[in-house]
Design a protein. Sequence first.
Length: 377
Amino acid sequence: MNWKKTLVLLISGILLLTAVGCAQPSTPTPTPTPSPTQTSSPSPSPTPTIPPTPSNVRLGVFIPGRLGDSPDYDKLADTALRTAMRDKRLTVTVFEAGFDQSKWTEQLTSMAASGNYDVIYTSNESMGPMVAAVAKQIPNVKFIVNDSWVMGNDRIYCSFTNRYQQSYLYGYMMALVSTSTLPGVNPEKKIGFIYGQHYTTMDDLIIPGIEAGAKAVDPAFEVKTVMLGNWFDATKAESLTNALIDEGVDVMGSVCGSGLAGVINACKTKNIYMATYDSANFDKAPGVIVGSVESQIGDMVTNDLDELLAGTVKWGISEVFGAERGYVSSPLKAPAWMAVPESTRLQYEAEYNKVISGSKALPIPQAVLDKINAAAN
């Protein structure tokens, strides 16, 4: 029987080895994760802050006048619409308020109260006080205003072209053309300027700037100015221009909206020269319009809207945009300007380069900005 006992023991051993070989490995005990209070644990790296994606913006463009009558208004509307085409977060509606200024406040209030707009963008000095008044009545709407100056209202931002700088270059250009060897100029040292209406920017920046520029060419220069009284009467503008020409003016300038057409007609008829303000318009009078000092309103609007969509508009302040940053410029390679005698062009370009480089400082007097701001507060 010993052999049976041996066989049983052998089989039992085999079964035991098989059981051990087939057993599953035990699951390892997980290492405890240190709690945040454990000093042995390294401090976690800070999570980078990601700027929130700006939400959609419903923009209303309020034109205090009519499109086609002001280069600045045309550039504002066109640039806003183009921005909406490239960035679908922006929707744009353009409203033309017309020339009846007595209706603008009511129209702007209705626009803001409609609930259709997050931001309203408008332009011109008088709109600053107007939007300040509307902002007090209508909550939850913000305003961007070109060419006005409002400080301290956290729902208003203003971008202001350096009109003194622009006007200095404008007067300098017109006086140089008047003293050039172009046919038809006279020795009277008189240049003319027709403007739409009185307002602070016109009275304290544009006209004084033109006079300073002209007298920088020759202190004997006289700037003959006439007010049109509106921004659209081309017939009256033509009559006023003819009167200035009869007084000895041989180069004309203007800031009078669609009255510009009348100024151009008179200059064509009388065979004298023009320089344009804000937009070149050389094609409107070849051989008559010889130069221009432009404000790059389109670039300024682009800057404002890019900041609006990025959520970085500096609400509550106003900023000046000038030639040093490219917002005031002259088309020096335009064929009309290249037809001006070289000595005249070189003299203008030398002064122009001083201004755009900043070596000739032409700041807006703070007292003028304070005066504009006071009207809104």
